[in-house]
Ligand binder design. Structure first.
Ligand SMILES: [Cu+2]
Length: 85
């Protein structure tokens, strides 16, 4: 029996967003990735917070989808091993 509600939430740094249109484009690009359940875009902060099923998709796939829409996305390191801030 599979656990269907095992979604995790991660943040991405998104560069190039300047208006509500950009915000919407980023939100839709991420939402279209299979396995993504919710997307919250912070236009002013240049961030996107995505909830997704890690069995269905990956951080890399979501970042690639946003980047393909024209806004470069990278995972926001939150307490991980790679802290370069
Ligand atoms: Cu725009």
């Amino acid at each position: 029996m599979q656990n269907q509600s095992s979604s995790i939430t991660r943040s991405f740094i998104v560069t190039g967003m300047s208006c509500g249109h950009c915000e919407k484009a980023v939100r839709e690009a991420a939402a279209h990735v299979p396995g993504v359940s919710s997307v919250v875009v912070d236009l002013k902060g240049g961030r996107a917070t995505v909830s997704f099923d890690p069995n269905a998709t990956t951080l890399t796939a979501i970042a690639a989808a946003i980047t393909e829409a024209g806004y470069e996305a990278t995972e926001a390191s939150s307490g991980g091993a790679s802290g370069h801030w």
